[in-house]
Design a protein around this ligand. Structure first.
Ligand code: SF4
Length: 404
């Protein structure tokens, strides 16, 4: 999401005649597009602010940052401007005001996705599109609804189609659809993600769509019926967070482990080779060894091919903020889950040995499959083009392929 917002701001600046520097030393004003998802991400923002201030740059902080944290940055480092949430659309005005010596700027605005269209992603082989913003969920650990908004705001279908056409004309062959909660896409417009995908796959060009991440509750039979299309990547990231019903309920996640399992089984029944990745939070308040072992056994049972484990960190402004948690156990729990899923990943990739798959070339000798894993080749490739390749070898970390 933040990459898309950054790219959108870059395009706004460039089309207003503001030149965008790619490194700190050659800039006059530094824009830091922040993330507040974890306390680690917030510390990274402070590190970048410190670096820019030490280099005597004016600083604008945009994006997902809480008001409390912004106050700290202002007090400690004298940050010149904050563009909270949808106020990033004022980036050009903020830059001009700071350049003309105006005092501190602080704007807060609801996102307006009519302004989010982009035509390219600087230096990337995939085009990213934000189709939705906001989440009406109430997960007890999550600060996102506070910083990104609770209201679902979707980009109208006809605008997304134009964005996709623009990206395709710009040479992109894979479009990543992204949002805070894209399963809720269209609820504000009387439409749905199903309808958007249905219209996108009808575009008569050679390309593929990747869905960045989706909540398990959005995975109904209608949507699954479209996911088998050759124009949709065989890959979904579906957050689990815990395999224990007690912890899921404390987290206020809107599903049980059994419901998650049932939906994944339905998906795998229809699309057996789909790659499923997930997030798990370890050390959430209330998670002791017994509850964690439920997550371990659930993870062993599920066809995950990769896993992003997060050590729980309390975020001020969330319901779980004040609750005690087992910090000392987190490192070991993360490692255990990673080891389980790494083995599943190798087994999954071995299923493709001798099979033909389509890759999008990312470099001269590597590309990415629809199933999200990268492959490496001796053949020389043209970045951004599709190739049909045969998987020739699988090691613990890499997958080899050749054009036959
Ligand atoms: S679904 Fe839950 S974790 Fe995801 S953004 Fe919404 S509140 Fe946060």
């Amino acid at each position: 999401m933040n990459q898309i917002d950054t790219e959108w701001m870059r395009e706004q600046c460039e089309s207003s005649g503001i030149s965008v520097a790619n490194d700190l030393s050659s800039s006059t004003i530094t824009v830091i597009n922040s993330c507040a998802v974890t306390s680690g991400a917030e510390k990274d923002v402070a590190r970048w602010v410190r670096k820019a201030v030490n280099a005597e740059k004016d600083v604008i902080v945009a994006g997902c940052i809480t008001k409390d944290y912004a106050d700290r940055l202002k007090k400690e480092y004298g940050v010149s401007a904050f563009l909270f949430g949808g106020a990033r659309k004022r980036i050009v005005t903020a830059l001009n005001q700071i350049a003309s010596g105006t005092d501190v700027v602080k704007w807060t605005e609801t996102a307006d996705l009519k302004f989010s269209g982009i035509t390219g992603m600087n230096g990337r082989t995939r085009g990213f599109l934000k189709i939705e913003e906001g989440c009406s969920g109430s997960c007890s650990y999550c600060i996102i609804p506070v910083v990104r908004g609770r209201k679902i705001i979707s980009r109208p279908i006809e605008m997304v189609i134009d964005d996709v056409e623009n990206l395709l004309s710009g040479g992109y062959r894979e479009i990543v659809l992204s949002g805070t909660d894209i399963g809720s896409y269209g609820k504000d417009l009387g439409t749905s993600l199903y309808e958007l995908l249905r219209q996108l796959i009808a575009i008569d060009k050679e390309f593929r769509i990747r869905i960045s991440s989706i909540g398990i509750t959005a995975l109904d039979s209608n949507l699954i019926s479209l996911l088998g299309s050759v124009k949709i990547c065989r890959h979904l990231h579906i957050s689990l967070q815990s395999g224990s019903d007690k912890i899921l309920s404390l987290m206020k996640r809107p599903y049980s482990a059994a419901m998650y399992k049932k939906k994944i089984e339905n998906l795998i029944n229809k699309i057996p080779d789909i790659a499923i990745g997930t997030d798990i939070i370890v050390g959430f308040p209330g998670e002791d060894d017994k509850e964690f072992l439920k997550t371990v056994s659930f993870t062993m049972d599920m066809p995950f091919v990769y896993l992003h484990p997060f050590s729980y960190s309390p975020r001020k402004g969330t319901n779980s903020y004040d609750q005690p948690f087992e910090k000392s156990a987190q490192k070991e729990r993360v490692k255990l889950l990673k080891d389980i899923v790494n083995k599943k990943n190798i087994k999954y990739r071995k299923r493709f040995l001798g099979k033909q798959v389509r890759i999008l070339a990312e470099n001269e000798h590597s590309g990415r499959t629809s199933y999200y894993f990268p492959v490496f080749l001796q053949n020389r490739l043209k970045r951004g083009d599709f190739y049909d390749v045969t998987i020739s070898n699988v090691t613990d970390h890499d997958t080899g392929a050749a054009i036959l």
